[in-house]
Design a binder for this molecule. Sequence first.
Ligand code: C5P
Length: 458
Amino acid sequence: MQPGPELPAWLGFEMGDKERFLEKCGELAEYALSWDSPTVINHFDCDGITSGSIAVEALRRAGKKPKVLTLKKIDDDYINVNLVGKNELLFVDFGGTCKSIDQIKDAAIIDHHQTEGTKTLQANPQLHGFDGGREISSAGVAHLVFGVREDLAIVGAVGDVQAPLVSLNREILHEAEKKGTVEARLDLKAYGKNTRSLAVFLTYSDEPYLPGITGNEEASVALLEQAGLKNKPFETTYNDLPENEKSALRAAIVEYLSRSGFAGVSADLFGECYILKNQPEKSELRDASEFSTLLNACGRNGRFEVGMGVCLGEPGALDTAKEILAQHKKNLQLGIQYASKHTTDMGEFYLIDGRGQISDTIIGVVAGMIGTYRRDKPILALSIDEEGKIKVSGRAKEHMIKEGINLGMALKASAGAIGGVGGGHRQAAGASLPIGKTEEFLVLFGEKLCEQKTAQAP
Ligand code: C5P
């Protein structure tokens, strides 16, 4: 396929104050690099692991020996009990909403979530008119702070569903292209273009989820036969195919989706892909999207150190990460199967009630996958976390954002009103709820979405 389009950096965005933001990034670098014994405290998802790794690599290059603490979530209670009194703490990919960090003597925050600001030094694009949900990830911010590993900045952004990269992300991409470390091209987005046989590639395609094909090897093989690839299902990878056969396969998938009543899924089938040219060709790390999937698998299965080991090139980390990913993919398949049969139309949104069935570590990913074919309203998914609280994950599509939907704000308000906490981005957000208030929360959340759309309506 052709190389990716040149998107104007301002596309759909108000211009932010880049100069002031970069000044803040510089200030933060100088401060953190002056510490003797820093601790990087980072979020556990792909963007948290990549941004944390960028910070660790930069601190190591400056001769420091940073400690690392990776957490699933952070809040003022956790900080008050565990961190106030400690020093030289760099919060990465969260912390921007935690006022208690202001009580820590030497601390700084690299974040990109919606925030009202902190007294603590914070490099956050949201404070300078940029949308951290779309224009830059925490890994991108960490790269702008420390000036290293633009490849990880791209992986973090892709992991946070910010592809195709625009605005500040695109500037980082251009920098990487100039250095020759990354190449952007339009292609199929599914996992395993370099590393999976065609039949496995289709059967395990979960992002995008292909209704009728995902999870069904027979149907995958039949589709490959229709595409004229009869002898190739188990021997060949997608990237082994000559261009005319790749094209025939893409056409067969689109034709199948349209024939099966899922034409809308085709919108998620293709997209700009980012090739990391400093990684081996037959490796999971060659494609930013596959790299991000691997890190998400590590993070969401509590193996943060393995994910960071992969980013920092530690020996053996990649093999362990691949084992974790294999199990993670199996869990996702089960999660999707359950979710696809237990999705309720709540009027303003779809609800997947995965409580007791789908782990809180993958519920957000499952919500995103169901969103690939239920495209007309936001998806809200429920699970139970390890403390017994209700974990909520929300996902929305771009056209809903244009209608005024801001899931981060809606969840902050509706969860907050019943004694929970919520936040995140317009299109991907989450919340944690006390038990026994779910029904009330769901009503408030639906009302909030309605208000947001009404406020935006012409
Ligand atoms: O957990 P999940 O992947 O659904 O979270 C989506 C986004 O919402 C993440 O960026 C996460 O950091 C954010 N979030 C938040 N506050 C919460 C829960 C999630 O900002 N209480």
